[in-house]
Ligand binder design. Structure first.
Ligand code: MTE
Ligand code: MO
Length: 559
């Protein structure tokens, strides 16, 4: 049962044992960081490190990372890309820390046999500090969510890694001590003892990890309802303390009654907020309390000042717009796009009150997560649709989507439109914003795109002369340029024009439909559109980086 090797009296744990012990201890450390974060709001180390890497890594690398992740999610069918993207990032963060812990432990166990037993604890301590100190410093620079002080978090992180390092070295000594305490002839007993120890260690670490993670998950505070309550009770001026209900729950869409009915299986024309994609640079979105939040106005103005959300609502006229937002990372026909009803104030109104210095040309908008973008004052003054937004679908912005304030800039991808805005500064020149500095297109104008959502083979309709038709449908969008035409190509036939449903606004997607006089068999479908200015959708497949995905959406279907 035991070969000569494992019976040697000079048993030395090697890197493999180190990797195993490291896996157990790192899993426990992650679970405890998580549990304590949920309990008292300390930092969650894996997310801070992940967010930091995201901030400092070269743009090309991040773009590669995002594109790979999107491909994995879509290829493996890991669920809706819109919601799976953030979950995948969170998983990568946790796995990243887990893997690092394993590697460091393996290296340590490879080195420990070279030093005296009495020095092993010191080596463990050093290993803990070598990781703990940089992690502590990194966490300080990126964390925006902890409710504990930097000092408490620093101590907590150091403590976590020191205990982790000491446990690594303690276990090493426990494994090697067997040969000292047991008589040499008890090799067999000793090996069994080691084996039992490792099994118990595995069981204990697995149990602690599961209980810690499970408890943490159970305790998880849901931030959105708290915010929504705060924003109703917090805005003393707005008298409507009515029950919180989505606008769409009690209203018809503005294009209700349009004769072009979406083909069955077409995406909802108004995306439920809970299903709207979320993309941002944070593992955990900044959670801002309305009572502590103000918008700071500064830069090239006569005098800096601040506004509360109530100020914004009471001083300026509110307006609503139906808006389709899309991420520049959205793959062809991907799910990183959504449409809802945005409520807020035209940024032009605010600019008129800012008392700008004559040399001001742009606004720099900065967010709670340090994200930033620049908007041209001309654009703001010419286009009243540029909007500071505080509601989506009649409800205060969800934490994920930028509570309490975000901006909308027509015709541009989401990367130009900060959420969680904290500061607006007037400046005298354009500068590259967050994603532009990381290599994405400086203008980020939305590409024309069209998507086949459904070939409704089970919803055959009867057309003229009793013809049997299969409804085909989807959406087309070209920023604020509108859609003048959507065409379908089925197999080798000529392009045929689809019917267009009236869009909810000039900046939302257009739902299209084509009732197809089908023949049975296997068929190929391609869609393309033309924007409102007559410009055809780009056919060449490219992107998403650096300027957004182009190409035609194709699918096939057997009828
Ligand atoms: N503060 C901040 N704003 C941000 C981002 C961010 O990372 N931080 N990401 C932008 C990007 S890339 C997109 S696509 C949109 C997404 O908005 P959503 O998550 O509400 O759909 O937010 C934009 N605004
Ligand atoms: Mo984006």
């Amino acid at each position: 049962m035991f070969n000569g090797d494992s019976m040697k009296t000079t048993y030395k744990p090697n890197w493999l044992t180190g990797a195993l012990i490291g896996a157990g201890l790192t899993a426990v450390l992650i679970a405890i960081f998580y549990l304590v974060q949920q309990l008292v709001g300390t930092v969650f180390v894996p997310f801070d490190i992940f967010d930091w890497v995201n901030r400092v890594a070269p743009g090309d690398l991040i773009r590669f990372g995002i594109e790979t992740m999107v491909k994995i999610i879509t290829t493996l069918n890991l669920g809706q890309l819109s919601t799976a993207a953030k979950t995948a990032e969170n998983a990568m963060a946790i796995l990243g820390m887990f893997a690092t812990g394993i590697v460091v432990s393996a290296i340590l166990y490879q080195l420990l046999p070279r030093i005296k037993t009495s020095q092993v604890p010191t080596a463990g301590l050093i290993a803990g500090l070598v990781i703990g100190i940089p992690v502590m410093l990194i966490s300080r620079t990126v964390d925006i969510n902890s409710t504990q002080s930097e000092f408490v978090n620093a101590i907590w992180i150091l403590l976590g890694f020191i205990v982790w390092g000491l446990a690594l070295s303690g276990i090493y000594n426990r494994l090697t001590a067997a040969r000292v305490t047991n008589a040499p002839q008890d090799d067999m007993v000793e090996a069994i003892d080691r084996r039992q120890f490792l099994v118990r260690f595995g069981g204990a670490t697995a149990a602690i990890t599961l209980v810690g993670a499970g408890l943490g998950a159970a305790l998880r505070r849901s931030a959105a309802p708290a915010n929504q309550v705060a924003s109703v009770s917090g805005t003393g001026t707005s008298a409507n303390a009515a029950p919180l209900q989505a606008w769409s729950a009690t209203h018809k869409l503005p294009n209700d009654g349009d004769p072009v009915i979406p083909a069955p299986g077409t995406r909802p024309e108004l995306t439920p907020v809970a299903e709207h994609y979320r993309i941002d640079i944070n593992s955990i979105p900044p959670t801002i309390s309305e009572s502590e939040w103000t918008l700071s106005i500064g830069g090239l103005v006569d005098a800096p000042y601040t506004l509360t959300l109530a100020d914004l609502k009471s001083k300026y006229t509110a307006s609503d717009q139906f808006i389709t937002l899309a991420c520049i990372s959205n793959p062809l026909a991907g799910e990183l796009t959504g449409t809802t009803r945005w409520t807020g104030i035209s940024l032009k109104q605010l600019v008129a009150d800012m008392k700008l210095k004559p040399n001001a040309t742009h606004l720099k908008i900065t967010s709670a997560d340090n994200f930033d973008e620049f908007v041209d004052l001309d654009t703001i003054n010419k286009d009243e649709r540029v909007m500071l937004t505080y509601e989506w679908d009649g409800l205060p912005l969800a934490v994920d989507h930028g509570f309490p304030l975000r901006v909308y800039i027509p015709n541009h991808y989401g990367m130009k439109q900060p959420k969680w805005i904290t500061t607006i500064e007037a400046v005298d020149s354009w500068q590259p914003g967050w994603w532009v500095r990381r290599g994405w297109d400086k203008d980020a104008i939305m590409d024309a795109t069209s998507v086949i959502d459904t070939i409704a083979v089970n919803n055959v309709v009867t057309g003229k002369d009793n013809a049997k038709l299969i409804p085909i449908g989807g959406m087309a969008h070209a920023g604020s340029r509108g859609i003048s035409k959507v065409e379908l190509k089925i197999d080798d036939a000529d392009w045929v024009e689809a019917e267009l449903r009236k869009p909810m606004s000039e900046v939302t997607w257009v739902i299209w439909r084509y009732d197809w006089p089908f023949a049975s068999g296997s068929h190929n479908f391609t869609v393309r559109c033309t924007d409102g200015a007559g410009t055809a959708q780009v056919m060449d497949e490219a992107g998403p980086g650096p300027g957004g995905a182009t190409g035609y959406d194709r699918t096939s279907q057997t009828v």
